[in-house]
Design a protein around this ligand. Structure first.
Ligand code: ADP
Length: 361
């Protein structure tokens, strides 16, 4: 994946766009900002409703013969925390880059705050934390943050940005001396420097340890509570489950599910039944109540009666059938299906086993 358009990988206005280097507070200049104009439009009586924060229709991106994103349509409203979930290569980064205006769609359209994502007024309201960014290595953390905040008309203060990114103690460290996790926190700092109304986060916690990841989630929740809209990509299912109020699952560049985490789990199967029985897996799979059956982890096909894991939306009916026919049913547990199981069924593949964070969350 590629990098952003200015130091730090954010996507605010360029130096040439900014006519003044002063950084006024949004509240001090209410009548001149794009945000204030939109806010007024949403609150005045009889005004048309504000446009969706993101409106993408039929987005397609081809790289030669490869269709990386395939007729993807997405509407995202204000204040939503939306996870784009998918395995590696699903098209998450390409989608985000098209929504940011960094890549040109082969087909389809994107509107952000009702306008072109490349428009100066749009970029002033958008922050982005992409997978790679290159803040100047010789600057200190505080200098890098101060540099980037001057690209934006309504930036936060340096102290505030550093505090939110948990970087106060590193403020005088050179960028080139930061660890991977600290670098990722700096990328977050640079993404929020302009106090954006819309924040894109591409795999934001990949280099963070568990404690840092939870702190990060708290910050993101805080931003959403202020009415900011957040779109993040992840292949960490726990992250999508914990943070997002909406999960969009993409695979091979297409949306394969879109809803709350609970809704997505329910589309696959409401419940997971584990049991040991005298029926084999093939016989169970043929029953109408069973959507999917597999051996439990650590069990072998050679075992006479292995523990089986069954996905079903009607566990009561399934168990009634088994008991009614006099089958053995032992070591029975019935539980909610987790998002990982739903995800595996939707994309037809396990989540990336190389992700070291997966099991720790
Ligand atoms: P994800 O972010 O879900 O891992 P990407 O959007 O990075 O997926 O990639 C989607 C597909 O497009 C992958 O098959 C990837 O190899 C391919 N791809 C991404 N960028 C390019 C590019 N610049 N040139 C050719 N293929 C690309």
């Amino acid at each position: 994946m590629t990098t952003g358009t200015h130091p730090g990988g954010g996507c605010g206005p360029t130096v040439d766009d900014v006519t003044t280097t002063s950084v006024p507070s949004r509240r001090e200049t209410p009548t001149t900002t794009a945000s204030a104009t939109t806010a007024a439009a949403t609150t005045a009586e009889g005004s048309p409703p504000a446009p969706a924060v993101i409106q993408a229709a039929g987005l397609t991106k081809r790289y030669g013969d490869l269709v990386a994103v395939d007729s993807l349509s997405l509407t995202i409203g204000q204040g939503d925390i939306v996870a784009i979930l998918g395995p590696n290569g699903a098209g998450k980064s390409t989608t985000i880059e098209m929504l940011l205006g960094l890549r040109t769609p082969t087909h389809g359209s994107v509107r952000v705050f009702g306008a072109d994502p490349n428009a100066k007024a749009t970029r002033a309201r958008v922050g982005a934390m992409l997978q790679e960014s290159h803040a100047p290595e010789t600057l200190t953390v505080a200098e890098a943050v101060d540099l980037v905040r001057h690209y934006y008309p309504y930036a936060l203060g340096v102290e505030d940005i550093l505090r939110r990114a948990d970087l106060l103690e590193k403020r005088d460290n050179r960028v080139g001396q930061l660890s991977g996790g600290q670098q990722q926190r700096l990328n977050f700092a640079l993404a929020i420097a302009g106090d954006p109304d819309l924040l894109f986060l591409d795999e934001p916690t990949a280099a963070l340890d568990v404690a840092a990841r939870h702190l990060f989630w708290e910050q993101v929740r805080g931003l959403a509570a202020q009415g900011k809209t957040i779109l993040f990509s992840t292949h960490n299912l726990a992250e999508a489950d914990a943070l997002a109020d909406r999960v969009v699952v993409i695979n091979h560049g297409r949306v394969v599910a879109d809803g709350t985490s609970a809704e997505i789990k329910a589309t696959v199967a409401a419940r997971t039944v584990r049991l040991v029985t005298d029926l084999n897996a093939a016989a169970l799979a043929a029953l109408p109540e069973v959507r999917h059956v597999e051996l439990a982890a650590g069990e072998s096909r050679e075992d006479a009666h292995p523990m089986l894991v069954i996905q079903t939306s009607t566990p009561e009916a399934l168990l009634a059938r088994l008991f009614g026919a006099g089958h053995r049913v032992e070591e029975l547990t019935v539980s909610d299906t987790d998002l990982e199981t739903a995800f595996i069924h939707l994309v037809g593949a396990a989540a990336d086993p190389s992700d070291p964070t997966e099991s720790a969350s």
